[in-house]
Design a protein around this ligand. Structure first.
Ligand code: MG
Length: 338
């Protein structure tokens, strides 16, 4: 295989704010793998919280160029396992490589990845549209820019969270889910769960800081709403720990190292009776199209990342009012347009 890197500064439609900070531009790394004249693409965005930079990701993969370029791709999972010892500390870089391997594999096999996995596109869960933290008026305006979605995900952690949800509820009957991004205490979570249940919220994502397992155990027993782990569920080993502390897990491809470990985490979570969600970062259609391959196996999905951009860099899976549309192309269905 031939390995290539492309880096982009993805421009955002709006400044995106969560409980930890804000951004206007999202740097992203696109990894390209070429074999037999076909091209596969994968993505990993940079991330301060997880310490992923363009330089770090590129250097980690550059160091493996001889191994990658001498590899003949037949099974993306075997390729992932072969490189895992070297990329154990670089899950974002490994994710971009693994997505590219899947996209290429499907194109080499002449079929979409979901089909090669034996899945069908029936009863797919709708994706939410995410509303970042802002003034309440602006949050209402952001929601009204994407009207008619079946589910909205509201970022919280502001000190006036209940007020935000109440005001948004005045403008829509759609389902809400909320994400506190580690911004609440256990008592706040339990209290908010009761009030928010009455406001049509279906679940709470990551209310407490990632390592508050004892407090999460208390929340798990007392919350009026299901709680879903995000920052507390990063790698496959975390899934077991989430049983008894959360009702479900939000798997992200960059956090765990790609589609290969994500599939293993989905298997394990389902075996433990946990609800399974896959979430995106603010990322292009390259990464979103990879998530779409897993969609038939999910209870919930958050794959609106490319809609938060003012300019995309790829064609592939698209989202219309929360519903995922698959392209004709094979693999993950990605074509880079730059
Ligand atoms: Mg989250």
């Amino acid at each position: 295989m031939k390995l290539r890197f492309h880096s982009f500064q993805l421009p955002l439609r709006h400044t995106f704010t969560i409980s930890r900070g804000s951004m206007d531009v999202q740097p992203t790394l696109i990894v390209e793998l070429e074999q037999d004249g076909l091209h596969g693409y994968g993505e990993a965005t940079t991330n301060d919280y997880y310490g992923a930079t363009l330089e770090g990701m590129t250097a980690a993969l550059e160091a493996l160029r001889p191994e990658i370029e001498s590899y003949s791709l037949q099974d993306p999972a075997a390729f992932w396992d072969a490189l895992h010892p070297a990329l154990r500390d670089q899950p974002f870089a490994h994710c971009a490589l693994d997505q590219a391997a899947h996209d290429l594999w499907g194109k080499l096999q002449g079929a979409p990845v979901w089909k090669l996995w034996g899945l069908s596109l029936e009863n797919l869960p709708p994706t939410n549209y995410t509303i970042g933290i802002d003034t309440i008026e602006t949050m209402v305006a952001k929601m009204n820019e994407f009207p008619g979605w079946p589910v909205y995900k509201i970022k919280l952690g502001t000190g006036h969270d209940l007020e935000i949800v109440k005001e948004l509820r005045r403008h829509t009957d759609s389902v809400f889910r909320v994400d506190a991004n580690c911004g609440w205490t256990a008592d706040e979570t339990i209290e908010n769960s009761q009030a928010m249940k009455l406001l049509g919220v279906e679940f709470i994502e990551q209310p407490l800081p990632a390592d508050r397992w004892e407090d999460m155990g208390r929340v798990f027993g007392a919350s009026a709403l299901p709680v879903i782990a995000d920052e507390s569920c990063v790698v496959p080993q975390d899934v077991d720990r989430c049983a008894g502390a959360f009702h479900g897990v939000n798997i992200k491809l960059v956090k765990c190292g790609g589609m290969t470990p994500a599939r293993r985490m989905i298997d394990r979570a389902k075996a433990l009776g946990l609800k399974v969600m896959v979430g995106c970062m603010t990322e292009s259609t390259v990464g979103i199209s990879a998530i779409a391959q897993l969609l038939p196996r999910l209870d919930y999905v958050d794959m609106d990342g490319a809609l938060l951009l003012s300019r995309d860099i790829a064609r592939g899976v698209t989202i219309e009012n929360g519903i995922c549309r698959y392209p004709q192309e094979n693999g993950n269905g990605v074509t880079l347009v730059g």
